[in-house]
Design a protein around this ligand. Structure first.
Ligand code: ATP
Ligand code: MG
Length: 332
């Protein structure tokens, strides 16, 4: 199958204080039509810069210093701004990393999405407004008909991220670049939004370029995982392979990651002084997409929380702390 997007040897540099620093170096990857490819890497590894280069939305001090970005057979690295305006939104949808700075605070959310439709000549006036309500409804915003008239500050963080997903999908793009689309949200809302995104893009046959720093999330959601480190790709492969047998030192470190702490607090009800929570043999598995395999997140966890006490769950990243907490809270 011919790739929808093929990045060949892409390099990007930023000019800062008179010096040019390379942020992305010789990156090559491809996305087939309808495929989900996750780009994983720590903060500063060049994920957003790669996405911005594809969309030709690099900041003023950044430039593509080499390589090609072939989208549907055409090289975006050398396309004119006019050509890019036609491709953005309609060919390539973008869900940007930071919802607050990417929504206009002075404009109603509905109008911002309608604008995307109008720019690409897909709908105008009343038809555009009706389509916007449909889109907001599609991404799971309740009472969408009323919500379209609200401003971004009247939306919750999760709703703003949903609105941006609606905007990214508004023109039914062939490719959606989703840059940490749920990073600011708690695990359960994240799961719900990602489920919706997966369903919608599958329906539309949209390929997804999913950017995340969360390896487990990438493995669960993507067909192919690309690991970036310091501006370069250090590993690429099917999700299950990368988790099962990480080849690169950095990927192994990502899997182990740094120890972190989370605590579960349970409100103290009136009544008998006994253990408030008794957990026995807790187990939770997540499917790894397209492989039929499963990732065991929590297995055989048992503990008790005495009344009125705080119990801390300590463990490295990905060890199952949040999954345990969510199971306790009944947030499956
Ligand atoms: P995060 O997970 O934090 O979003 P990222 O992988 O998306 O990180 P990028 O934002 O692509 O990382 O940054 C890659 C490198 O490029 C970093 O070293 C960053 O400091 C640098 N960089 C990004 N934008 C600029 C800019 N406008 N000017 C100078 N350097 C920049
Ligand atoms: Mg980023």
């Amino acid at each position: 199958m011919t790739p929808l997007l093929e990045i060949r040897d892409l390099s990007v540099a930023f000019r800062t204080r008179g010096r040019e620093v390379t942020a992305v170096r010789n990156v090559s990857m491809e996305i087939l039509p309808g495929q989900t490819v996750a780009v994983v890497g720590e903060s500063g590894s060049g994920k957003s810069t790669t996405a911005a280069a594809v969309n030709r939305l690099l900041p003023g001090n950044g430039r593509i210093t080499g390589g090609q970005v072939l989208f549907d057979g055409r090289d975006l690295a050398t396309a004119t701004q006019r050509e890019m305006r036609a491709i953005r939104g309609a060919g390539i949808g973008l869900v940007p990393q930071d919802p607050m700075s990417n929504l206009n605070p002075l404009m109603r959310v509905g109008d911002q999405i309608a604008e995307a439709l109008e720019v690409h000549g897909l709908a105008t006036g009343r038809a555009a407004r009706a389509r916007v309500v449909e889109l907001l409804d599609m991404v799971g915003i309740q009472d969408a008909a009323r919500r379209v008239g609200q401003y971004p500050h009247e939306f919750s963080g999760g709703m703003r991220q949903r609105a941006l997903i609606a905007m990214g999908l508004a023109c039914r793009p062939k490719l959606l670049i989703a840059d940490e689309p749920t990073s600011a949200l708690d695990v359960t809302v994240q799961r719900r939004i990602l489920d919706q995104l997966e369903r919608l893009t599958a329906e539309m046959g949209t390929a997804v370029f999913l950017i995340t720093h969360d390896l487990a999330l990438a493995a669960e959601r993507a067909d192919v995982v690309v690991v970036m480190y310091e501006g370069e790709i250090v590993e690429t492969g099917p999700a299950a392979g990368i988790l099962g047998e990480p080849a690169h030192e950095y990927t192994k470190r990502l899997l182990k990651a740094v120890p972190s702490l989370s605590s579960v607090r349970v409100a103290e009800p009136a009544g008998e002084p006994r253990d408030l929570v008794v957990v026995e043999g807790l187990r939770k598995v997540f499917p790894i997409r397209g492989t039929g395999e499963e990732l065991t997140a929590v297995d055989g966890v048992s503990f008790t929380i005495p009344r009125g006490r705080t119990v801390s769950i300590v463990g490295e990243s990905g060890s199952g702390k949040s999954t345990t907490a969510n199971l306790l809270l009944g947030l499956d």
